[in-house]
Design a binder for this molecule. Structure first.
Ligand SMILES: [Zn+2]
Length: 192
């Protein structure tokens, strides 16, 4: 059972996310742009390398992106052409391990590429579906807790983070969440 219009409606009245105070009206938005100057340092403020650390200690777009993932409470539906970024893959695994319901739709060709995290997700028990067509499952969106959509050009890859001009819109506008939910459910039914 995925997101239905009733739980989207319920979620819309209790919207919260890591970066915004909740107002009465819906309409929390955030736009992230890539590339980032560096991948985030895993040690954060505990890093001892100071200026010698090649990783970023700033609130980069990837850090903010990951914070959205990290605040998932009950479900995340991911529909992304390709996932190879280890920082993001680790976060998805962590969500799954703490009981979040994770569903992933991805592109068949991309899923077998070297560096793809799809096999790892499957081994861990995460439900993954593919398009199984010669065409591309080219979407890049995710629905968090039936109430937040993240969508844009951004593939969940290291080179998208570090090299590419990419964007992501994060929004809880209800009709947008409903439309993406419908698309996800349609694809989830159609693919295996
Ligand atoms: Zn560091």
């Amino acid at each position: 059972m995925g997101c239905t219009s009733s739980n989207i409606a319920a979620a819309a009245t209790t919207t919260s996310n890591p970066t915004h105070k909740v107002g009465k009206s819906s309409g929390q938005h955030q736009v992230l742009f890539f590339p980032d100057p560096a991948l985030p340092c895993r040690y954060g403020s505990k890093c001892r390398r100071g200026k010698n650390c090649e990783f970023s200690h700033e609130r980069t777009s990837l850090v903010r992106f990951i914070q959205f993932l990290r605040h998932t409470k009950s479900s995340i539906d991911i529909c992304v052409f390709t996932i190879t970024c280890n920082d993001i893959a680790r976060e998805i695994m962590d969500l799954y391990k703490r009981g979040v319901k994770v569903r992933i739709i991805t592109d068949t060709q991309q899923s077998t590429n070297i560096g793809s995290d799809i096999a790892k997700f499957r081994e861990a028990g995460i439900k993954v579906k593919e398009d199984h067509t010669p065409h591309h499952m080219h979407h890049k969106f995710a629905i968090i807790d039936c109430k937040i959509v993240m969508t844009g050009s951004f593939n969940w890859t290291r080179s998208a983070v570090l090299n590419n001009k990419e964007n992501i819109v994060v929004t809880d506008v209800k009709p947008v969440v409903q439309a993406f939910t419908q698309e996800f459910e349609n694809l989830w039914k159609a693919f295996h």
